[in-house]
Design a protein around this ligand. Structure first.
Ligand code: MG
Length: 362
């Protein structure tokens, strides 16, 4: 078969000669022949398909190192790799979109405006229970006028680890939070997460060496009177009940959830996966301590539920929905939810925090 010059191959593949030279240097697309005298590159027409694939992968923004890997894979595996690259890209974009929207509001001075309007109130309750199987309770649940939090400790010093993380946030449960501009609030939260990470690591390493494996999840909401700032790391959850519908507003940081996001597992496979509680992020003994931090606009009649996996992994979603939508105050709701987990065998520690947003009478 006759070889094509780089110019002819560039036209046929719709790539520039410059791009082709770059792909050659990176080992993505090696010319069929390089003239030893002139250094001119020549391509086999059979290489067109790979050249086009490289061009398309560049167009969806795939990094060159990953393109290199994808090009070596058989088509079905390459397809899976492209799918999971895109799923990751969308997840990252969604997180950046939230932050961008917040920054727009912040720069427009919306958060200053909001703090001058009539603040809303919350009614809240927290309940933590060891369950029916575990000997001790390593969960911590807290609810105060400014802070809602659930932590699920793990490892041999799991209980003090979770308590230490919540304790750091509990110091933010003061009225000073109310007047704080949203930008400052985010900084305060990031600082608190860093402090909590250090506090948990300290607890874990202060005890016998065998306890150094301790860490904790943390799902916490700080209440300013008009906004809820959500901090989340691990597989405890926050839900929002709005107009009778229950929305999960946190994303589980578990290995199984990552596989699910990448399309490598079906929801059915994930639900019964033997390692479904393996965390992808946590505070303490974990390489990744990056939290999700978000601000939530709050409306009267919103109800929030924070819980550990002792509820969400044990009780079906429709039963949780039935109890949180039943008439009653937060105290009745948390008691009903813990009772559900224990009625289902209570295999894990279970913690619930419920908070109702209301408009104080003028
Ligand atoms: Mg648990």
């Amino acid at each position: 078969m006759e070889l094509l010059t780089i110019g002819a191959f560039a036209r046929a593949s719709r790539l520039s000669p410059k791009a082709l030279r770059l792909y050659d240097d990176l080992g993505l697309l090696t010319p069929a022949r390089v003239d030893p005298d002139t250094g001119y590159r020549h391509y086999d027409p059979g290489q067109l398909e790979q050249a086009r694939l490289v061009a398309w992968l560049r167009r969806i923004g795939m990094p060159l190192a990953l393109i290199q890997q994808v090009c070596l894979l058989p088509p079905a595996e390459a397809a899976r790799e492209v799918g999971s690259f895109w799923a990751r890209t969308e997840a990252e974009t969604a997180a950046r979109r939230d932050l961008a929207a917040f920054l727009v509001d912040h720069l427009n001075g919306k958060d200053r405006l909001m703090s001058t309007t009539n603040p809303l109130g919350i009614r809240y309750a927290a309940l933590s229970d060891a369950g029916l199987v575990r000997e001790s309770n390593q969960d911590t649940a807290y609810a105060g006028s400014r802070l809602l939090a659930v932590a699920d400790g793990f490892g041999r010093a799991g209980a003090p680890a979770g308590a230490a993380a919540v304790e750091v946030f509990r110091r933010l449960d003061t009225d000073g939070i109310e007047a704080m501009p949203a930008g400052d609030l985010l900084n305060v939260l990031q600082d608190a997460v860093d402090q909590a990470g250090r506090a948990v690591t300290e607890v874990a390493t202060a005890g016998p060496a065998a306890e150094a494996d301790a860490g904790t999840t943390l799902t916490a909401m700080l209440w300013t009177g008009s906004q809820l700032a959500l901090v989340h790391i691990g597989d405890s959850r926050a839900y929002l009940l709005r107009d009778g519908e229950l929305f999960q507003i946190t994303h589980d940081h578990t290995m199984v959830q990552s596989l699910l996001d990448d399309g490598r597992l079906t929801p059915e496979e994930a639900a019964s996966h033997p390692q479904r509680s393996l965390l992808a992020r946590a505070l303490g003994a974990h390489p990744d301590m990056t939290p999700d931090i978000r601000l939530h606009e709050v409306r009267p009649a919103h109800r929030y539920l924070l819980c550990s996996d002792g509820l969400s992994a044990v009780v079906p979603a429709d039963e949780i929905h039935r109890v949180v939508t039943a008439p009653g105050d937060p105290e009745q709701a948390v008691r009903g939810l813990v009772a559900l987990a224990n009625a289902a065998g209570g295999p894990d520690n279970v913690s619930c925090v419920v908070a109702d947003v209301f408009e104080p009478a003028a």
